[in-house]
Ligand binder design. Sequence first.
Ligand SMILES: [Zn+2]
Length: 289
Amino acid sequence: MLTLTEPRANSDRLVTTPPAPTTAGVVHIFTADVSDAPIYHPMLTWAETARAEREPDDHAFALAIVSAGLLRHAAAMLTGMPASSADIGHWCRLCRTVGDHGRPVAFDPSGRTIPSVYLSCARAGDTVLVAASAHASVGIDTVEPTSVPADGQPRLSLCEQEQGFFDRVSAENRDSWWLRTWVRKEAILKATGLGLALAPSQLDVSGGILHSWPRELDHDVSDGVQLVDLDRVPGGQIAAVAFLGPRRPMVVAANPPRPFFLAAGRSGHRPAMVVTRHASRVMDPRLSA
Ligand SMILES: [Zn+2]
């Protein structure tokens, strides 16, 4: 079990100090609460705010504001540019266009996507999580631990092998087992940029390892997939990160630095997260093709 440490903060810029960029396989995890929305709102562009305004209610709007702000922080940390200059858009792999849906991407000042910035964002309850890496594509997903799957949802989302495990889990642990499995699958699908375009039942993530996948993902997973469960997420959510690469990444907490929150009248304290349990392992696609 690896306890994540507080990030070091620059005093005059809204970026944290990242590990040396040559470090292989680092994933930075940012967390924020919906109550931080008033802090983030002023830093967003008209387009980002307009996108958030399409959410169905005030709570979802506030989460969208926080998500956009955290994505800026993540891009700023990876590129060294101030968060206020980070330009975030969304790219849909299926439509092959930049628009209002799809995975988050960062743009340079000339409007081109920055290839070495990989971002993913997830929200549940009052919490927003952003995963960012300069090394390989990442996906993050989260759910409330008290979520109850809809009737038939576990059956529909599990492959045959997983259904066998599901049937053997005790009744009281079945929902949490399924939620954990669900976020792992979603994290992988988000890392590939396909999201719910593929049925989660086409993946087998038994034991926290990707064992099988549909042919559409052959290219995405050719170097391996690392699954890392996140525990002690500040809001208590169940969460997982997927990293498309051959080796387990170092996962570090990288919240916006203290000066940012101090300036906003907040303590800046964020509880440390713990990365745990089903430690990801190197996956050799040849073994499970
Ligand atoms: Zn699309």
